[in-house]
Design a protein around this ligand. Structure first.
Ligand code: SF4
Length: 473
């Protein structure tokens, strides 16, 4: 039975409710009166239910679809301005005992190079990432109770936060690891993680069980209820995601929104972020073996519909996607992107020898971080290296409250400018710096509050003189 408050996955991601939702969306995909009302409702910026949003995703009327895209762009601007938060993945280990059929780290893959970083190797990786200019990392690892223990993660997080190299520092460590216990989530929270990320992969239980034939991840309910346990363990920023291509995208979309509704209902705070990975080529994996792949137009529509349905949730796109796709996605709702990423274990410090491959997927956007930053600024985006909310305790419902009433802009815009200035001073090429300095000079004058504007200008001047403090609002 569908119950948004229930702690059981089968209730809050209820299969019958999703089927009824899809049938309702099919019946109404040309109901212009209803579609018009739903777009107007979305324009109030309070979000849409999974049923309402599913009608818009199914809408086939081109004129109405253009309205949806336009609204997504506007909502993106209203909540996130022109800031794009930058991050990089850091693969700690690709040992894994699961049998996920779409991932090259699955246990039966005998020809992938298995690696786990030592603390010394983590130091090397993080120093290389700091030298690129990164301040925010997403740790990634397979599931393996022998190699990838909670103690290993905790030690690694401490190592990363302790590394101070030139002006570099990793100020926010997010983590994407297997579903675990409330006690372990509590330990991760105490270790100072930012967001706990766990992709559902697919919300379709029957498909999930087939796609995860062996290993602990086979337990659909334990996996799907992980965010509830994370929240019980005190982690109030959680990141959802689906691997699009595994099952029908409309089913996944409804499930994803139901998951967000459940977290909001049960804990008073929805997901901090939603990621939108698509299945990609990788060692031992051919995406053509999966017949639910989505084309670029469908992908764009999905992003726009997520944007208007959960306007206050950050959206993430990785280097799985190429420059062109990322450019379109940024306009429609994406607020965080990775840059200069390596998806191998140990790939930042030392390129892998030709005969070794430990990558999780082939990267489509292979540009350096400097190139990505320059590209963003040429489109008038402000690449932001800010991590202030997390360090100021603005997480969970405190963050959401500020975001929903629009006050977050007063912190984010100045912080984005100051962290971009630090990046330009410390890491940018002369060409990128020249573009960025012009952009910052213009944008600093757009800080609405007079007192804040004066403080930003003063801080920018201090950064320019290399007189550093931990500048943040
Ligand atoms: S998706 Fe995760 S759990 Fe599954 S094989 Fe890959 S690393 Fe392991």
């Amino acid at each position: 039975m569908y119950d948004v408050y229930s702690k059981h996955a089968d209730d809050f991601i209820n299969h019958e409710e999703i089927l009824e939702t899809l049938a309702y969306a099919d019946e109404n995909n040309n109901n212009l009166e209803l579609i018009d009302a739903l777009i107007k409702k979305a324009a109030l910026r309070k979000g849409l239910s999974h049923r309402e949003a599913s009608v818009l995703l199914a809408c086939q009327d081109e004129e109405q679809n253009q309205r949806i895209y336009k609204l997504a762009e506007q909502i993106k601007k209203d909540f996130y301005g022109n800031r794009i938060v930058m991050f990089a993945p850091l693969y700690l280990s690709n040992y894994c005992i699961n049998g996920c059929t779409y991932c090259p780290y699955h246990m039966k893959n005998k020809h992938i190079a298995r690696k786990k970083l030592s603390q010394e190797e983590i130091r090397n990786e993080v120093t290389a990432l700091q030298d690129m200019g990164h301040k925010r990392l997403a740790l990634e690892a397979g599931e393996d109770p022998v190699h990838n223990t909670m103690d290993y993660y905790l030690e690694s997080i401490k190592t990363i936060y302790d590394i101070k190299h030139k002006n570099g520092a990793i100020r926010r460590v997010n983590i994407n690891i297997a579903a675990t216990t409330v006690d372990n989530y509590r330990l991760l929270k105490e270790a100072g993680i930012g967001t706990y990320i766990l992709f559902q992969e697919t919300y379709h239980k029957e498909s999930y069980l087939k796609l995860h034939p062996t290993g602990p991840k086979h337990d659909y309910n334990y996996h799907t209820e992980a965010m509830d346990r994370a929240m019980e363990g005190g982690i109030d920023d959680v990141g959802l995601g689906v691997l699009f291509g595994l099952d029908k995208y409309r089913y996944e979309f409804a499930g994803l929104l139901m998951h967000a509704e459940h977290l909001e209902a049960a804990f008073g705070v929805g997901p901090h972020t939603i990621s939108v990975p698509r299945l990609k080529q990788a060692d031992d994996i051919d995406p053509n073996q999966f017949d639910n792949g989505i084309d670029d137009d469908t992908f764009a529509k999905l992003i726009a519909c997520i944007r208007i349905s959960v306007p206050y949730t950050g959206m993430i796109i990785s280097t799985r996607e190429n420059q062109e796709t990322r450019e379109r996605a940024l306009r429609l709702g994406i607020s965080q992107i990775s840059g200069g990423s390596k998806t191998s274990v140990g790939g930042y410090y030392m390129p892998e020898p030709e005969d070794e491959n430990s990558e999780q997927f082939d990267v489509s956007d292979t540009r350096t971080l400097d190139e990505v930053v320059k590209w963003l600024m040429e489109m008038d985006y402000i690449p932001s290296f800010c991590t202030a909310c997390y360090r100021e305790g603005r997480t969970g419902d405190r963050f959401m409250t500020l975001l929903k009433n629009g006050q977050i802009q007063n912190c984010c815009h100045p912080n984005a400018l100051m962290t971009l200035k630090e990046y330009l001073m410390d890491y940018a090429s002369p060409e990128t710096k020249a573009i960025g300095d012009k952009l910052i000079a213009r944008e600093a004058l757009n800080v609405p509050n007079e007192k804040a504007r004066a403080a930003v200008l003063e801080n920018l001047r201090l950064i320019e003189q290399n007189n550093r403090r931990d500048f943040r609002f």
